[in-house]
Design a protein around this ligand. Structure first.
Ligand code: PLP
Length: 391
């Protein structure tokens, strides 16, 4: 059976040249980078190179890069560390559309002595910047706002957000897990103090992430132990994955242009084809600034789970939202926050492309999807196709 993978916001395939750079560091160069002997030095030097490659993609200094185990850890580290370093400040600002790795953590703090403000978004997925300005108070320890949403691809204006947060003299953490490698970023000219990224979203392996900590920002480490990562994150380094992430960042920097051209064209072709061939569809955040690879399409009055099942039977791997909420029958918290009607949000499917996606794959999806949706719409007791295509 033909297989088409359009779930790259969940995870990506490890790039061949990333794997190639990693392999010698499992068996041949297996030293502990903290060791002073030859075996240790052989790998410590390579970690330095990886750190520089990550810094280069982000427009940061290599001393500002801390390797972690994943995006979730980076988010936890950033928020925990900032709260611990500023114990007198008991207020956190975030948004209703964050990934659970931020939202659930903030809610945890909300139950444990902190006040949490969750900013709302409009129908277009955008924040009201005046609401943000008003939400920040004297005792706000940190503002944590994502760069691009994992479910919809909607990009938040982090430069403007950062300016507002800085005017108030508060720390700004940005979960940029979905943005890095797909759109350019330059931390040197930004107001971001802390930023999270995850290797497996940009063709590096799972189990490696980065927390960027701007020089001068005081944080208390979340994981305490040895002196790795300049005392900012203890634990023996995941050497092969760090090396792989370094290579992946180098490749990502070179292929950002491909995202804004070829990948975006494929995404637009998919959306155009869907709108032309299927009744009652809505592209979520269509008019908003979005990641070039992401399309969240709501098929009205049909169940997302049923669509995913039929897509899977046709060999097409997509998703009904965040991978972490798969299995839940609740409509997505992101779409709920955007005020998307339940008739749409229940049938919302995320297609997320990568630089490996091909025109042929999009043609295949467009070949199979209309009949599959029609079948489900015909079974739906409330679907009325005389209503025509929804905007
Ligand atoms: N933040 C966002 C926006 C994400 O999309 C994800 C993963 O989907 C994460 C954080 C968590 O990253 P990880 O899977 O590396 O823990």
């Amino acid at each position: 059976m033909r297989l088409v993978y359009v779930d790259n916001n969940a995870t990506t395939q490890v790039d061949g040249s990333v794997l190639e750079e990693m392999l010698p560091y499992f068996k041949e160069f297996y030293g502990n980078p903290s060791s002073l002997h030859t075996f240790g030095r052989q790998v410590a030097g390579k970690i330095d190179i990886a750190r520089e490659r990550v810094a280069d993609l982000l427009g940061a200094n290599s001393s500002e890069i801390v390797f972690t185990s994943c995006g979730t850890e980076s988010n936890n580290n950033a928020i925990h560390s900032s709260l611990e370093a500023n114990p007198q400040k008991r207020h956190v600002v975030t948004t209703k559309v964050e990934h659970p790795a931020v939202l659930n953590l903030c809610r945890y703090f909300g139950k444990n002595g902190y006040e949490v403000t969750e900013l709302s978004v409009g129908k277009d997925g955008m924040l009201d910047l005046d609401e943000l300005r008003e939400a920040i108070r004297e005792n706000t320890a940190i503002v944590s706002i994502m760069h691009a949403n994992n479910e919809t691809g909607i990009i938040l204006p982090i430069e403007e957000i950062g300016r507002i947060v800085k005017e108030k003299g508060v720390l700004f953490h940005c979960d940029a897990v979905q943005a890095i490698g797909k759109i350019p970023i330059n931390l040197r000219n930004s107001h971001i103090d802390l930023l999270s990224l995850s290797g497996h979203k940009l063709h590096a392996p799972k189990g490696i992430g980065v927390l960027y900590i701007r020089k001068g920002v005081r944080v208390n480490p979340l994981i305490i132990g040895g002196h790795q990562e300049s005392n900012r994150r203890s634990g023996t380094e995941n050497v092969p994955s760090i090396i792989g992430l370094g290579k992946a960042c180098e490749l990502a920097k070179a292929s950002i242009g491909e995202y804004s051209n070829r990948v975006k064209d494929l995404r637009d072709k998919l959306e155009k084809g869907v709108k032309e061939s299927i009744a009652k569809v809505k592209i979520i955040g269509e008019k908003s600034c979005r990641l070039p690879n992401t399309s969240n399409i709501a098929f009205e009055y049909v169940e997302g789970e049923a669509i995913l099942l039929l897509l899977d039977m046709a060999g097409i791997a997509a998703s009904s939202g965040s991978a972490c909420t798969t299995g839940s029958t609740e409509p997505s918290h992101v779409l709920q926050a955007m005020g998307t009607p339940v008739s749409q949000s229940r049938g919302a499917i995320r297609f997320s492309l990568s630089r490996y996606s091909t025109d042929d794959e999009i043609n295949y999806i467009l070949e199979r999807l209309p009949a599959l949706i029609k079948k489900l719409q015909d079974l739906s007791p409330i679907f009325d196709d005389s209503l025509g295509s929804g905007g």
